[in-house]
Each structure stands twice: as structure tokens, then as C-alpha cells.
Design a protein around this ligand. Structure first.
Ligand code: FES
Length: 63
């Protein structure tokens, strides 16, 4: 049985850092496989959701 160990870290004031191989399914059902580190927006300010584009820095996101 294959195991898929994925680690998700909450970056202070920034994105969710997903480390591992994951498949992202967008709202239209399109699948994209990401390997290594993927940064997912959790501030809501990214223009490239669900990915972080660095906009949290200007938005003073502190959580
Ligand atoms: S967490 Fe980086 S743009 Fe939202």
C-alpha cells in the first residue's frame, strides 16, 4: 500500500505551507498535481486563489 505523507504548516501571518504531493481540485473540477512545497492562501487576498501570491504582506494579515 502506498502512503502519502503530507505536512501542512501554518505560516505566521501567511499561507498554509503544504509539503508533499497533493492534487488540487478547483471549483470546475480541474485537477492539478503539485509536488514539493505549495503555498495556499488563507488570508483571502490572493488574486491567484487557492494559491498564495504574497498579497497577505500588504494586507496586514496577522493570524
Ligand atoms: S496567504 Fe498569501 S496571499 Fe493570502
Amino acid at each position: 500500500m502506498e502512503t502519502n505523507n503530507v505536512k501542512i504548516q501554518v505560516a505566521a501571518g501567511g499561507p498554509l505551507l503544504v509539503n508533499g504531493t497533493v492534487t488540487i481540485v478547483d471549483r470546475d473540477g480541474k485537477e492539478t498535481t503539485k509536488e514539493g512545497m505549495t503555498a495556499l492562501c488563507r488570508c483571502g487576498l490572493s488574486a491567484n486563489k487557492p494559491y498564495c501570491d504574497g498579497a497577505h504582506k500588504a494586507g496586514n494579515f496577522e493570524k
